[in-house]
Design a protein around this ligand. Structure first.
Ligand code: CA
Length: 229
């Protein structure tokens, strides 16, 4: 399920957006404060951000700029004034889309769908066969089977490497423990599915800054894991 963060201080608008997006199958969180919203957007793996322009503590211009330095998720900027939209465009902040209030919830949902689909295609096009894969600070040489995280070389066992390569070649997809087990252990006579969680834990300890709050390999409760891009 795609996760969306709405940074919006007008409660009624935020709630309306949330209701419609949830009806369309998205998981949605609302944050009303600009600075807190920025912190959340940087810390957690959202798939898309809906960003109001005028916000308490930090405005949408600044938030958009800060996020673009670190993340590639789609950002939809929302403003009540047409002039603001023109200004955002002019500044080239890297927002993916601009919507003027008031807008119909149906239009918002349609745009969200389109941007999520477009990002999935971009991610797929970044996946060359038999080459070096670079994805959010992780670099993998699929021929020498070497891995770097933030330019620091990591020493992975061959099973951990296989697991990581499987994840990065299926970005943003939920992979069940069964999928992973079949992919990595199908030729083994021994072993059972609990070994998947053990290896995910070991891999997180090597690639995540804080394995307790993973930025790459996310647990999708009751379903499995997802490598976030
Ligand atoms: Ca506002």
């Amino acid at each position: 399920m795609n996760k969306i963060l709405i940074i919006e201080d007008e409660e009624a608008i935020a709630q309306l957006e949330k209701d419609y997006l949830e009806l369309s199958g998205y998981s949605v969180e609302i944050e009303s404060d600009g600075a807190v919203g920025l912190e959340k957007a940087l810390k957690y793996p959202y798939d898309l951000l809906i960003l109001d322009l005028m916000l308490p503590s930090l405005d949408g211009f600044e938030i958009c700029q800060q996020i673009r330095k670190e993340k590639t998720l789609p950002i939809l900027m929302v403003s009540a004034r047409k002039e603001d939209i023109d200004k955002i465009r002019g500044l080239g902040l890297g927002a993916d889309d601009y919507i003027t209030k008031p807008f119909s919830p149906g239009e918002l949902v349609a745009r969200v769908k389109a941007h999520l689909a477009r990002y999935d295609r971009i991610v797929e096009s970044l996946m060359p066969e038999n080459a070096v894969i670079k994805i959010r600070g992780i670099k993998i040489d699929t021929q020498s089977k070497e891995v770097w995280v933030s330019n620091e070389k990591k020493s992975l066992t061959s099973r951990e490497y296989d697991l990581l390569e499987y994840f990065v070649k299926h970005p943003n997809q939920v992979l069940s423990k069964e999928d992973i087990f079949k992919e990595l252990w199908n030729t083994d006579a021994i072993g059972d599915i609990t070994t998947v969680a053990v290896h995910v834990k070991k891999l997180r300890e090597k690639i995540e800054v804080d394995p307790a709050k993973p930025q790459y390999i996310e647990t999708v409760w009751g379903m499995g894991y997802r490598f976030k891009v």
